[in-house]
Design a protein around this ligand. Structure first.
Ligand code: ADP
Ligand code: MG
Length: 257
C-alpha cells in the first residue's frame, strides 16, 4: 500500500484537484484507492456528494479518543463514492476545532498513520488531502505518508508558500527515521504568460531534483468535472489537464519501484 499526501501551505493551488485526478487514473486501471480528507473545508468530501456540515461520523472520529482506533471503527467511517474502486474517509467541519484541542493531547500526530495500518491489505493507494495550514492535521498527513506531492501554482507569489512548505518538511524530517521524499507539480500553467513561464524556470533552478517533468496547464474541464462530481478522466480522458496528471502518475509509480 502506497500512501501519498498532497499538501501545500497555500489554498487554491490545485491540491484537491490533484487528489481526484490521480485517484481517477489509479482506479481506472484497477487499483483500490482510499481518499482521506483532512481539510476542514471538506472540498474533497463535497466533491463526492457528502456534506461536511452534516456528517455525523468522519475522519474527526479518529481524534475523538487519544487511544488506538480499532480496525472495525476505521472501516465504519469509510464511505463509497460514485466511482468504482474509490472510497473516502470524509471530513466534517468539526475538524476545524481540532487544532486547538490537539495540543491538550500528546501523540495526536499519528492518529491517521495508526488508522491506516489496518487498511494495508484493503487498498493499493491512499491519497490524503491536506489542509493549507501547518497544524495537527497536516502533521498527521505528513507522518502517515511515504511520499509527498506538492502542487505549486506557477506564479511568483506561490514560490513563497512553497519555501514555507519545504521548511516544514525539513522540520518534520528531523523527527522521522526515513526522510520524506517529495515531488513538486507545477499547476495552473499558462505558457502565454510571462509569470507562468518565469516561475516554471525558477522552479527548475531551485528544485531540479524534486520538480516533476509533468506540468498541469490551466484547464476549465477540472471545474466542469467537479461540478458534475465525476473524476476528470471520466469527463474527458484526453484533456490536457488529465494527460498531465497521467504523466505525473507514471513518474511517481516509476519512483516507487
Ligand atoms: N489546472 C487547473 N486549471 C483550471 N482550474 C483548476 C486547475 N486546478 C484546479 N482548478 C480549479 O481551481 C479551484 C481550486 O482548486 P483546488 O484543487 O480546490 O485547490 P486547493 O485544494 O489547493 O485549495 C477549483 O475550482 C478547481 O476546479
Ligand atoms: Mg482543497
Amino acid at each position: 500500500m502506497q500512501v501519498w499526501a498532497i499538501a501545500n501551505q497555500k489554498g487554491g493551488v490545485g491540491k484537491t484537484t490533484t487528489v481526484v485526478s490521480l485517484a481517477g487514473l489509479l482506479a481506472e486501471v484497477g487499483y483500490r484507492v482510499l481518499l482521506v480528507d483532512l481539510d476542514p473545508h471538506g472540498s474533497l468530501t463535497s466533491y463526492f456528494g457528502y456534506e461536511p456540515d452534516d456528517l455525523e461520523h468522519s475522519v474527526y472520529d479518529l481524534f475523538a479518543h487519544s487511544g488506538e482506533v480499532t480496525e472495525k471503527q476505521v472501516a465504519s467511517l469509510i464511505r463509497d463514492t460514485n466511482v468504482d474502486k474509490i472510497q473516502i474517509l470524509p471530513a466534517s467541519t468539526a475538524l476545524a476545532t481540532l487544532e486547538r484541542r490537539a495540543v491538550e493531547h500528546e501523540g495526536m500526530g499519528l492518529q491517521v498513520a495508526r488508522a491506516l495500518r489496518h487498511q494495508k491489505t484493503v487498498y493499493d493507494y491512499v491519497l490524503i488531502d491536506s489542509p493549507p495550514v501547518l497544524g495537527v492535521l497536516m502533521v498527521n498527513a505528513l507522518a502517515a505518508c511515504n511520499h509527498l506531492i506538492i502542487p505549486a501554482q506557477t506564479e511568483f507569489l506561490a514560490l513563497k508558500g512553497l519555501e514555507r512548505m519545504i521548511r516544514t518538511i525539513s522540520m518534520i524530517n528531523r523527527a522521522r527515521k526515513k526522510k520524506l521524499a517529495y515531488t513538486i507539480i507545477p499547476t495552473f500553467y499558462d505558457r502565454r504568460t510571462q509569470a507562468s513561464v518565469g516561475c516554471l524556470r525558477e522552479l527548475h533552478k531551485r528544485y531540479p531534483d524534486e520538480l516533476a517533468s509533468a506540468v498541469v496547464p490551466i484547464d476549465t474541464k477540472f471545474r466542469n468535472a467537479s461540478m458534475k462530481g465525476v473524476v476528470p478522466s471520466q469527463l474527458d480522458s484526453s484533456s490536457r489537464g488529465v494527460l498531465a496528471y497521467a504523466r505525473l502518475l507514471r513518474t511517481l509509480v516509476e519512483q516507487q519501484r
